[in-house]
Design a protein around this ligand. Structure first.
Ligand SMILES: Cc1cc2nc3c(=O)[nH]c(=O)nc-3n(C[C@H](O)[C@H](O)[C@H](O)COP(=O)(O)OP(=O)(O)OC[C@H]3O[C@@H](n4cnc5c(N)ncnc54)[C@H](O)[C@@H]3O)c2cc1C
Length: 348
């Protein structure tokens, strides 16, 4: 089985073994067995944030096949808690939330992948981040060999970052974190109106002021329309969506490193966040850019931040494109773009 068939970039060679876990016990057993005999482990969700080498992954790939969503507390004060198993498709949960008037999920509509992966990089879009909803993450702690419940504060969420993500680079755990997510509990409120709209483009699409609350169904529809126009909703017929979404994170740098005219948003520690898409475009890369006229990988024709497979690209083609863009931006602006997807068996 090639990992290309499990990833949205549709590249990646064979895995030694694939285990589909249909219970929590089976998921833990698979992880524990791999760790016990030192077999490399890749827990995969929707494969929408993975770039896997053409040589494949000489280890065990584990998928959580469970998709269970339960309302664990619909407290009389208006607060409610929802628990979803890691394998639950994120957008399926968002659709259910919008239908059930569980407010706060709506701006995160259309993000591919599994619920279990959302805390990894604190997924976010249109002014919302999953950290605004997460209450508790139940995990299998591979180091301790036991179930460990992480309250929100222990996840140490940042921009496209968390303690879980950082755990991949400390110790032997990567390309999966030390903490394998079993399920996630979210806390929110019942409301037919959305959380305040925090993103200008979304406010414009909805024809409201920033900070307004609108029916959550309208937010979901507007977000899905905006995302589709950028090739950010999976569509097998559209090669612009054969991607890992935004390939580079927005750089967080000292104010004086931001080129004149580039967007600036306040970030932690006196730094500022600028736009990776702006840097890419102003370094001379336009939509559809490819390293050669017939190259099978190119920037999306709808969005410069997505690297895409035009049909028969390999991981090497995606890497060549990523390097060309990263090096071009570095030469022009002195800023090193950082890839967002988890690289398996390769370096960019
Ligand atoms: C078209 C498109 C649009 C996108 N838009 C956005 C966006 O708007 N915002 C955004 O933040 N991201 C976006 N992404 C990126 C991606 O969808 C998210 O990062 C998503 O959360 C990845 O989930 P996944 O299940 O596909 O993870 P995978 O790609 O399967 O795995 C990614 C990493 O998470 C780990 N992982 C997976 N499941 C678990 C688990 N149960 N426990 C522990 N670790 C686990 C894997 O081991 C791996 O290290 C987009 C991607 C695409 C293709």
């Amino acid at each position: 089985m090639n990992l290309a068939s499990l990833t949205t970039l549709r590249v990646g060679g064979p895995a030694r073994e694939l285990i589909e876990a249909d219970s929590e016990a089976a998921l833990i057993d698979a992880v524990r067995a791999a760790d016990a005999d030192g077999t490399p482990l890749l827990v995969v969700g929707g494969g929408s944030n993975l770039l896997v080498a053409d040589e494949g992954f000489d280890g065990v790939v584990v998928r959580d096949a469970r998709e269970d969503v339960s309302l664990v507390n619909d407290g009389a004060c208006g607060g409610l808690s929802i628990t979803a198993t890691a394998g639950t498709r994120w957008d399926r949960l968002v659709a259910q939330a919008v239908e059930s008037e569980w407010s706060g999920f709506e701006a995160l509509s259309g993000i591919p992948g599994s619920t279990g992966a959302t805390p990894m990089q604190n997924v976010g879009a249109y002014g919302a981040e999953v950290k605004d909803l997460v209450a508790v993450i139940r995990t299998w702690d591979r180091e301790a060999g036991s179930v460990r419940t992480l309250p929100l504060v222990k996840a140490e969420f940042g921009y496209r970052d968390s303690m879980l993500k950082r755990s991949m680079t400390h110790g032997p755990w990567g390309p999966t974190p030390r903490y394998v997510v079993l399920d996630v509990t979210f806390h929110t409120r019942m409301a037919s109106l959305s959380a305040p709209v925090r993103y200008q483009q979304l406010a414009t699409a909805l024809d409201v002021e920033l900070g307004a609350r609108v029916p959550i169904t309208e937010v979901r529809e507007a977000v899905l329309a905006l995302r589709s126009a950028k090739g950010m909703v999976l569509d097998p017929a559209d090669h612009d969506t054969w991607s890992a979404g935004s390939f580079f994170t927005n750089p967080i740098v000292p104010d004086d490193a931001v080129p004149a005219g580039a967007p600036r948003y306040p970030a932690a520690d006196g730094l500022v966040k600028t736009s990776a898409a702006w840097l890419i475009e102003h370094a001379g890369f336009s939509k559809g850019f490819a390293v050669a006229p017939d190259a099978p990988a190119s920037l999306s024709t709808k969005h410069t931040l997505a690297l895409t497979n035009r049909g028969d690209a390999t991981a090497a083609d995606i890497v060549a494109l990523a390097r060309a863009v990263r090096d071009g931006v570095r030469e022009r602006f002195g800023i090193s773009l950082v890839p967002e997807p988890v690289a398996v068996g390769l370096e960019i």
